[in-house]
Design a protein around this ligand. Structure first.
Ligand code: AMP
Ligand code: MG
Length: 423
């Protein structure tokens, strides 16, 4: 097995003390191996899971050529350029086919979804026809095969339609159900353990001693992880105490696929956590050229035959969300077996005001996207400090200011990422 250090050494421009956002993402990706275990679940339970098999239709969908409209099923070879009279010999509804064959000069009344009667190939919509008892007048100008849905036009028997690595969404549930398939194989859910570190942290329900704050990061993480459909182990607050931290890491490493910690990786604190993590596995400490979220640890620690990827996020509440959204989300999707493109798309918007920014780091400012006179615009939510969680609550997007970019003038285009696309 390649080590973390080996895997990241091939990343272009890898420098742990000045790591670009794109290089950090690439470094993490280079180390990940998706979970391999598969389980079989009933169709509905597959929602949000990652498919672990090909879905190969056992039948054509639709199973027969059928009418796409209400009207009359005709033989195109009967129709004249000047209009045609045909004899209606019966009726076909969805689920109630016409028994028998249609001869020249005849037609059948059909409703949407009705199987095309034998001998017919074209449907003329009722709105353009005239009917007097069984005598149907068809106007000129009909095209062969119109208003007919061909057997297998949605799904063809034997031709794989969904592939391993595909996330099962609502449409897929319906698609799988349309094939009569009752159970599917999916990757097992990821197990993610997390805890907050810090002597200053108190938990809800306990009084705040002088200098203490309530732990908010575990709640934010709970929300983001819940949105990703992973199994969650909330391990609480762990004091800045080497023994307690070591105990927490070893418990987490024995059961989780990924461990997320917050706090303790900033310059003032890194040394003792660094030594500790170093003993338990292989962990890299990065200074990422980004704001917020500069310090971050990434690695792998093991215990009792299990190993877990470690994401040591900064302590500041906004930095936790930004680093989760930009790195951890992506990594968890890959670990869970997703093979589709996982990057969150960027939209462009006009900056409503000037934004301070220095070149040499990627910034994720919290923004409000809005429309004015048909133009998509964005403004920053008030104070942008990495501890100001309110800036996240008020935002509906990140304003992503790229590494090389300097100050933004009012009216310039900027990239934004919708928070609605993120967990
Ligand atoms: P640290 O990265 O541990 O130096 O923490 C940076 C800042 O984030 C400090 O002001 C901490 O008090 C704050 N912080 C750390 N962990 C949490 C947490 N779980 N909830 C709220 N604030 C935190
Ligand atoms: Mg701390």
């Amino acid at each position: 097995m390649t080590s973390i250090a080996q895997a990241v050494s091939c990343i272009d421009g890898y420098d742990p003390d000045a790591l670009r956002v794109d290089s950090a993402g690439a470094a993490i990706r280079a180390c990940l191996t998706p979970v391999a275990e598969v389980e079989t679940v009933a169709v509905r339970e597959a929602l949000g899971r990652v498919l672990a098999q090909e879905i190969i239709p056992p039948i054509d969908v639709p199973g027969h050529d059928n009418s796409a409209m209400d009207g009359w099923a005709v033989r195109i070879s009967d129709l004249h350029s000047s209009g045609t009279h045909l004899l209606e010999i019966g009726k076909a509804l969805a689920g109630k086919p016409f028994q028998g064959a249609v001869a020249p000069g005849e037609c059948v009344r059909v409703m949407t979804g009705a199987v095309m009667p034998q001998g017919t190939d074209t449907v003329v919509v009722q709105e353009v026809c005239r009917s007097e008892a069984e005598r149907i007048t068809i106007p000129a100008g009909q095209k062969a095969g119109q208003n007919v849905r061909a057997a297998g036009e949605d799904l063809k028997a034997g031709v794989a339609v969904l592939h391993p690595g595909h996330p099962v969404r609502s449409a897929d549930l319906g698609l799988i159900a349309s094939l009569g398939i009752a159970e599917v194989q999916v990757r097992r859910r990821l197990r993610v353990a997390f805890f907050s570190t810090g002597d200053e942290l108190s938990s809800i329900g306990a009084p705040l001693a002088p200098g203490q704050i309530y732990d908010s990061n575990r709640y934010t993480l709970h929300g983001m992880l819940s949105g990703m459909g992973v199994e969650i182990f909330d391990m609480g607050v762990v004091r800045d105490d080497p023994q307690k931290l070591e105990a927490a890491f070893t418990v987490a490493a024995a059961q989780a696929d990924a461990i997320i910690t917050t706090g303790g990786v900033s310059v003032g604190e890194a040394d003792f956590v660094k030594q500790l993590m170093g003993r338990l596995g292989e962990v890299l400490f990065w200074k990422i050229a980004m704001r917020p979220g500069r310090p971050m640890a990434f690695g792998k620690i093991s215990n009792g035959g299990n190993s877990a990827f470690l994401f040591g996020l900064p302590g500041n509440p906004v930095a936790v969300m930004v680093t989760f959204h930009q790195f951890v989300r992506d990594a968890l999707l890959v670990l869970g077996g997703r093979t589709d493109a996982v990057a969150v798309p960027l939209l462009q918007a006009v900056s409503a005001a000037a934004i301070r920014k220095v070149a040499g780091r990627t910034e994720y400012q919290r923004g409000v996207l809005f429309e004015e006179n048909g133009v998509r615009k964005v403004r920053v939510t008030g104070q942008q400090g990495s501890g100001v969680l309110r800036s996240m609550s008020e935002a509906n997007c990140y304003i992503v200011l790229e590494h090389e970019r300097g100050k933004v003038e009012a009216g310039e285009l900027v990239n934004v990422q919708l928070l609605a696309a993120l967990p």
